[in-house]
Each structure stands twice: as structure tokens, then as C-alpha cells.
Design a protein around this ligand. Structure first.
Ligand code: AMP
Ligand code: GLY
Length: 423
């Protein structure tokens, strides 16, 4: 038996906690800080994900056998290196490996050097030079603050005015602080966007089935960019030959180029891709599980997730089979009214039990809290997940359950996964 500390408190963490709970080898499960849902499968610990010292002290005191961190900020700030320097066992990539996500300038230059297909780009630290580049290239064009910006540092600009306003927001208004010190400006890529996940122990890797998140707030990919409003997996339009091409041109060369630089990547590498007319291209790298992608992966995963994480940490992933259910999973995000802009917190939530009575439904909590009553506590509140023999069945079941859940301002997309039926 092994006691586990899971760092984070989003829908992704509830999904991992839910899956860990099914492991026959799990002892105690602690989640720091957790949310209103993780308290149902483990014990929430009131320590923030960036409080490395407190987390490490807790892991020592409680004799935690494995800590798992799959949140971008702590990984980029080096939580794995910190734990390892204290002799504590932790799952996740090192600070050096997480740079792939932490700095878009680093990752673009990395891809350029390694010959990995990505949008044409320039990196700038000066406002005037960035403006000149944008004016020379014309719209549509994409402006990105280099550092982490909670998914808000990217502007897909369809006009010159938008591009100029995006640069002004970064360089003059300094809306993204240090994250905007470097700016990546890149070619607009057209095509379906998909998520790839490959888990690695530094020596070998295994790819998950491909998934598709829906990043915009509103139906038909309108409205602002969000953390992700819904996800499906696997993807009927990604066949074996496309999967092979993604592995050959993106996944394998990424791990090889990291190795060449002396960087061992242990954890999940999650490249976001656009399937462009000229083939799959990398939009960005993440050095962690996606959210809400994890919610569908944990529903489809047959293998014990604790076994997989331990194999990663121990460097024995080559001997660890990873098996998936046949069929499909869908996850619909229920967000607070107004998200990704201003929204209310502390709104009572009802109907989850009713929703979970429907066969195939599990509701994962993201921004929730429990103070005797379950209440909203964030932008993305819940993920309603379903599995089905077909994608349509999974989606229909998920949407049936969505209707059972109520909270004031409930906002969700009604078109998750529907684009597939038009391809
Ligand atoms: P990122 O944080 O880099 O993934 O960007 C956020 C979102 O902006 C992506 O999920 C895409 O939907 C969109 N995006 C980013 N870069 C591009 C690009 N070069 N072309 C088209 N869309 C993009
Ligand atoms: N699915 C969006 C993200 O995890 O970044």
C-alpha cells in the first residue's frame, strides 16, 4: 500500500483522484488543496500548489510514498526538483523539461532547431520591432505572451487593429507582467485542433488516444479563449496513418531532441496540434496532463493509474502495459456565467446525484467548494463525463446529465464533439 499526495484542485485532479481511488494498492490519498469533489475520494489538505516547502514537509511527516503534480505553474517553477532535492519521490517533469510549456519562446526555438513542424514565427522583446513584423506579415496573425498567462496570453488576430491592440496590451499596458517580456508572433494555422498526450519515463514513451478539447467559450468556436469547455476521445478522424505521422514527426523527435540536450522528460508531454493542410503542426507544448482532457482519459483508462505513475518514476514504463476501454468518452464543462471574464463565486449547486444516477455518468468537480453546502468556486465548475459505445452515445448521455445539474448562471457549450459528424 502506498500513500499518495496529489497537488492541485481542478477537474483534472478530481479525475486523477477518482481513478487513483480504484487502485488496490492505494493507501491514503491527500489532495492539496483539492476541491468540493476531491473530498469525496480523499482528504483535502489546505496547502496551495505553490507552497513547495509546506507540501514537502507534509509529504515527509505523512510518509507519502508518491507525490503527483500535473499543474503547469508548480512544474514550471520546479516543484519536482525541489521534492527530489529533499529526497522525496514525485511524479512529473523537472523544471528544465517543463520549460517546453513555461516559455513559448524556448519551445518555438526548440522546435525550429529540432525540425519539428510548427507555425512560422518571430520572437520579440521590443514593441517597435514586433509592430514592424506584424505589419509586414499582415492578418490573420497570432500574438502570444511567452510566459504562462492562464491561457489568456494568446490573441488570434483577424485584423491589423486587433494585432496592434494585442501588442499594446502586452508591451504598453503590460497586462501579462513578466510573462509578456518576450512575445511570440506566429502564422495563423487553419484546421482542426487536437490534443496529443504521451507519457514518458525519460527512456521510453506511450501515446494516449488522441482527444479534442474545445477552447472557445461559445458554440461554433466563438467567444473568448478559455481553459477548455469540453472534450472527446478518441477521435474517429485520426486514423492509424495520421497517428503514425504525428508520432514520427512530432512526438518521437521531441523526446529525442530533449535527450540530446541532456533533458530527461518524465511525465506527460501534451502537444496541442493543428491538423493543417500541410500536415500536423505543433501549436504549443504542455508538460502535464490536459484539463479537461484528463477527465476523458481517466474514464477510458483500464490500467491502474498508480501503476503507470510509479513505472514513470522508476523508469520501468517499457514493462508497463497501458490499456484503454473500447468505445468513447465525452466531458462537458459547466462554467460560471460570465467565464472567462468576471463571474460570481459561492453559488449553490444542485442535481449532481441525479446526474450520476444516469448510467455511464461521472461528474468531476473543478471550481467547487464545500462548506456544508456545495458551491461554485471558480470559472470552470464541473465536468460532466460519460462513456459510450459510440461517440454519439457518450455525448447524448453527457448532455442528458448536464440538464440535471443546476446552478445560477450555468454556462456550457451545446456543440461539443458535433463538428466530427460534419467531417
Ligand atoms: P496556446 O495557448 O498557444 O495553445 O493558444 C491558445 C489557443 O489559441 C489555441 O488552443 C488555438 O486555438 C489558438 N491558437 C494558438 N496559436 C495559433 C495559431 N498559430 N494558429 C491558429 N490558432 C492558434
Ligand atoms: N486543455 C487545455 C489545457 O489543458 O491546457
Amino acid at each position: 500500500m502506498i500513500d499518495v499526495l496529489l497537488v492541485g484542485g481542478g477537474g483534472r485532479e478530481h479525475a486523477i483522484a477518482w481513478k487513483l481511488k480504484q487502485s488496490p494498492r492505494l493507501g491514503k490519498l491527500f489532495i492539496a488543496p483539492g476541491n468540493g469533489g476531491t473530498r469525496l475520494v480523499g482528504e483535502n489538505v489546505p496547502i496551495g500548489a505553490m507552497e513547495f516547502e509546506k507540501l514537502a514537509n507534509f509529504a515527509e511527516e505523512k510518509k507519502i510514498g508518491l507525490t503527483i503534480c500535473t499543474m503547469d505553474d508548480p512544474l514550471v517553477e520546479g516543484i519536482v526538483d525541489f521534492f527530489q532535492s529533499r529526497g522525496l519521490r514525485i511524479w512529473g517533469p523537472s523544471k528544465a523539461a517543463a520549460q517546453l510549456e513555461g516559455s513559448k519562446a524556448f519551445s518555438k526555438l526548440f522546435m525550429q532547431e529540432a525540425g519539428i513542424p510548427t507555425a512560422e514565427f518571430g520572437v520579440f522583446t521590443e514593441y517597435e520591432k514586433a509592430l514592424d513584423y506584424v505589419r509586414a506579415k499582415g492578418a490573420p496573425i497570432v500574438v502570444k505572451a511567452s510566459g504562462l498567462a492562464l491561457g489568456k496570453g494568446v490573441t488570434v488576430c483577424t485584423s491589423m487593429q486587433e494585432a496592434e491592440a494585442a501588442l499594446e496590451a502586452i508591451f504598453v499596458k503590460k497586462l501579462f507582467g513578466d510573462s509578456g517580456k518576450q512575445v511570440v508572433i506566429e502564422e495563423f494555422l487553419d484546421g482542426p485542433e487536437i490534443s496529443i498526450h504521451a507519457i514518458s519515463d525519460g527512456n521510453t514513451y506511450t501515446m494516449f488516444p488522441p482527444s479534442q478539447d474545445h477552447k472557445r467559450a461559445l458554440d461554433h468556436d466563438e467567444g473568448k479563449n478559455t481553459g477548455g469547455m469540453g472534450v472527446i476521445a478518441p477521435l474517429p478522424f485520426v486514423d492509424e496513418s495520421l497517428t503514425e505521422e504525428i508520432e514520427r514527426t512530432i512526438v518521437r523527435p521531441t523526446f529525442e531532441a530533449l535527450k540530446k540536450r541532456g533533458i530527461l522528460f518524465s511525465g506527460v508531454l501534451y502537444p496541442g496540434l493543428i491538423l493543417s493542410k500541410k500536415g500536423p503542426k505543433v501549436l504549443e507544448y504542455n508538460a502535464r496532463f490536459g484539463d479537461p482532457e484528463t477527465q476523458v482519459y481517466m474514464r477510458l483508462l483500464k490500467t491502474d493509474v498508480l501503476d503507470i505513475c510509479e513505472a514513470c518514476v522508476d523508469g520501468t514504463l517499457a514493462d508497463q502495459p497501458i490499456e484503454w476501454l473500447r468505445g468513447f468518452a465525452a466531458n462537458i464543462v459547466l462554467a460560471s456565467g460570465g467565464y472567462p471574464d468576471e463571474y460570481k463565486k459561492g453559488v449553490p449547486i444542485g442535481g449532481i446525484e441525479e446526474a450520476e444516477k444516469i448510467d455511464g455518468i461521472v461528474v468531476f468537480h473543478a471550481g467547487t467548494t464545500f462548506d456544508g453546502e456545495l458551491k461554485t468556486n471558480g470559472g470552470r465548475v464541473l465536468g460532466v463525463s460519460a462513456i459510450g459505445k459510440t461517440l454519439k452515445e457518450a455525448l447524448d448521455t453527457a448532455y442528458e446529465a448536464v440538464e440535471k445539474i443546476q446552478f445560477e448562471g450555468k454556462q456550457f457549450r451545446r456543440d461539443i464533439g458535433t463538428r466530427i459528424f460534419q467531417i
